[in-house]
Ligand binder design. Sequence first.
Ligand code: FPP
Length: 231
Amino acid sequence: MDGNGRWAEMRGLPRITGHQRGAEAVRTAVEAAPAVGITDLTLYAFSSDNWKRPAAEVSALMKLLAAYLESEAAACARKGVRLSVIGRRDRLSAGLRRLIESTERLTAPGERVHVRLAIDYSSRDTLLRAAEACSGRELTREALAAHLPAPDVDLLIRTAGEQRLSDFLLWECAYAEFVFTDLMWPDFTAEDLGAAINVFHSRNRRFGGLPPYTFQSGATGARDHHEATRS
Ligand code: FPP
């Protein structure tokens, strides 16, 4: 969700106004997700490295996150949206922790879309904790993944022209498709989400294997392969 700060600066507004508009774009994306087939949506709201930002911006972001949970929990529960938070909780205020817990309880039955807000999240730290949780047992892919708080990622969208992972879902993005856009996050609409989903569906995902036509045998397969490589 990059570009909140730049969106505001370009308009001569304080950065926090950009974050406020970013929170509105979050509401829009969450509402639009089920209609475009999204069942799991993880939003990078505050990274563990974001503590390095000025105290005033950190505090404003925390207030915004609390306000979002407070204002959205009931509506999410009504609409079948499950809201949960991934990341460290021990550095959050007691008030925010309580709000997270009550929101998670209230929305737990939601089955239309599971929205995870990554707050004080670092993928490297999450992987270390997952590996620790496996200690004493055989460390397999499945055992480690069972201790990760989010499923494998199909599509990762990054806004504002940035093209990095920034310690986000490193393991889960092993075969993610990436869509980058120059749009600032506050300008990202439901239509932009739909367009990114269309790009995703146009991709040929091979997961390290070969395209399906190479599995055919005989003359037909060879012709199909020839046709396919020409098109
Ligand atoms: C990155 O843009 C954005 C953040 C660090 C905060 C994201 C927070 C929100 C979208 C609002 C609150 C979230 C929820 C879930 C209600 P940036 O600040 O680095 O912008 P810049 O790259 O233009 O400086």
